[in-house]
Design a binder for this molecule. Structure first.
Ligand SMILES: [Zn+2]
Length: 364
C-alpha cells in the first residue's frame, strides 16, 4: 500500500462517488507499533539562552514523561521489556551490536562506547541536538504541561468581508485551484481583505484545534503574495496531522501551504504537514518527526534544494528514513503537478514512482 493513502475505505476524491468524505477506519499501526501523540513541538521557548531561570515544571515533566516510549522514537531495535528495558544504543555515533543501552526508573545509560547517562531532558539534548530550554519545552508539550500559546490578535488593518462576497470569492479561489469545497471547510479557509482592501484567502495554522497564526494569500496577482500573522510561526501547517503520521509511521513534508492543502484535497486523511518557506523547518519541530519515515516534496527550484538539504541535515539522525520526491520541472510544485494529472489515483502512482527517483540527485 502506498504510504500516501489512508487505510482501506479511503479513496482519492477525484472520481470517487459522493459519500462520507472522511473515512473512519482505524489507523494502520506502523511497523514499530508504537503510537505517539505527536505533540513534541514547542510553542514558544522561554528557556533559550544561558542564564534562563530554572524551570519549576521540570520535576513534574520528568515524573510524567514515559522515557521508554521516548527512547522508542530513537532506538529502532526491539527492547527487552521489564523493569529494565534494554536497547541497542540509539546514538548514531555508536555502532552498537549488543544491547548496551538501558532504561530504568526514569534514567537511561549507555554502558558501552558512549558511557553516558541521564534523564529524558538529557536524552533529548543528546540525541535531538537541542538546547536545554527546547528539550524542556518539547517534553512539557508531550506531557500536557506546555505553556499556553497566545492566539494572535486580528490585525486592525485586516478586515472581514461581507459574508456573501467572502463566499463568492472563496468559491472562485477553490475553482481556480481545482479544490473541493470540503477542503475549505476542513482547513477553515476564509476570505479577508488586507490593508489595501485586496481580498486574501486566510489559511489558519491550528494546533490542537486552536488557531495560533495564519498566512493570507492574495487572490489576484500582486505582491506580497503571502502575509503572515504577527510573531514567529509556531508550528508547521496542519501540525495536528502528526498524530495521524505516528499512527501510520510515515509523514509527508511539503513546502508551503498550498502544496499541503493540495495534498489534503486529494487525500483528506493524508499525514502531511507544510513547512512555511523553504528554510522554515525549525530544530524543535524536527523532534516531533522522530521515528517516522519522512517523504519530502520540495519545489523544483533553488529554494526547494535548500529545503531538502536542511531537512536531511535536521532529520537525518531523527527520522526512521528520509525520502525525497522529485517534482518535475514543468510542474514547479506539488499543487501544479497534481493539477496536471487530474486523476488522483494516477497522481499517487506517479508520486510513488518519483520517490528517490531518477534523475534526482540529492546533494548536500
Ligand atoms: Zn552508546
Amino acid at each position: 500500500m502506498s504510504p500516501i493513502t489512508a487505510p482501506a475505505g479511503t479513496t482519492p476524491r477525484s472520481g470517487a462517488p459522493p459519500g462520507p468524505r472522511r473515512a473512519t477506519a482505524p489507523g494502520r499501526t506502523g511497523a514499530g507499533g508504537t503510537a505517539h501523540d505527536g505533540t513534541g513541538i514547542q510553542r514558544q521557548s522561554t528557556h533559550a539562552g544561558a542564564g534562563a531561570p530554572l524551570d519549576n515544571r521540570i520535576p513534574e515533566i520528568l515524573a510524567r514523561v514515559d522515557l521508554a516510549s521516548l527512547v522508542d522514537r530513537y532506538a529502532g531495535q526491539k527492547r527487552r521489556v521489564g523493569a529494565r528495558a534494554t536497547y541497542r544504543c540509539p546514538s548514531p555515533d555508536h555502532d552498537d551490536h549488543h544491547p548496551s543501552f538501558t532504561v530504568e526508573a526514569g534514567r537511561w545509560r549507555c554502558w558501552s562506547a558512549c558511557a553516558r547517562s541521564g534523564d529524558a531532558i538529557d536524552l533529548l539534548m543528546w540525541l535531538g541536538r537541542v538546547d536545554k530550554g527546547t528539550a524542556v519545552e518539547c517534553l512539557a508539550e508531550m506531557v500536557g504541561l506546555g505553556r499556553p500559546a497566545k492566539a494572535p490578535t486580528q490585525s486592525p488593518t485586516t478586515q472581514a468581508l461581507p459574508a456573501e462576497a467572502a463566499e463568492r470569492l472563496l468559491g472562485q479561489f477553490l475553482s481556480e485551484r481545482g479544490w473541493c469545497p470540503e477542503t475549505a471547510a476542513e482547513l477553515a479557509l476564509q476570505v479577508v481583505t488586507d490593508q489595501r482592501g485586496r481580498p486574501r484567502v486566510r489559511f489558519p495554522f491550528r494546533w490542537q484545534g486552536e488557531t495560533v497564526g495564519w498566512q493570507d494569500r492574495l487572490l489576484a496577482e500582486g505582491e506580497p503574495r503571502w502575509l503572515s500573522s504577527a510573531g514567529p510561526i509556531r508550528c508547521p501547517y496542519e501540525v495536528d496531522r502528526l498524530a495521524r503520521a505516528h499512527e501510520v509511521g510515515a509523514l509527508w513534508v511539503v513546502e508551503g501551504i498550498s502544496d499541503c492543502a493540495a495534498m489534503i484535497d486529494a487525500w483528506p486523511d493524508a499525514a502531511v504537514v507544510g513547512i512555511p518557506g523553504a528554510s522554515g523547518l525549525k530544530p524543535q519541530w524536527a523532534q516531533a518527526f522522530a521515528g517516522l519515515v519522512v517523504y519530502v516534496v520540495a519545489d523544483a527550484d533553488d529554494a526547494g534544494q535548500q529545503m531538502r538539504a536542511s531537512i536531511d541535515q535536521q532529520l537525518g539522525p531523527l527520522a526512521a528514513a528520509t525520502h525525497h520526491v522529485r517534482v518535475r520541472d514543468e510542474h514547479h510544485d506539488l499543487d501544479g503537478w497534481r493539477r496536471a494529472y487530474g486523476d488522483d489515483n494516477r497522481f499517487e502512482a506517479e508520486i510513488m514512482r518519483m520517490v528517490d527517483g531518477e534523475p534526482w540527485e540529492v546533494t548536500l
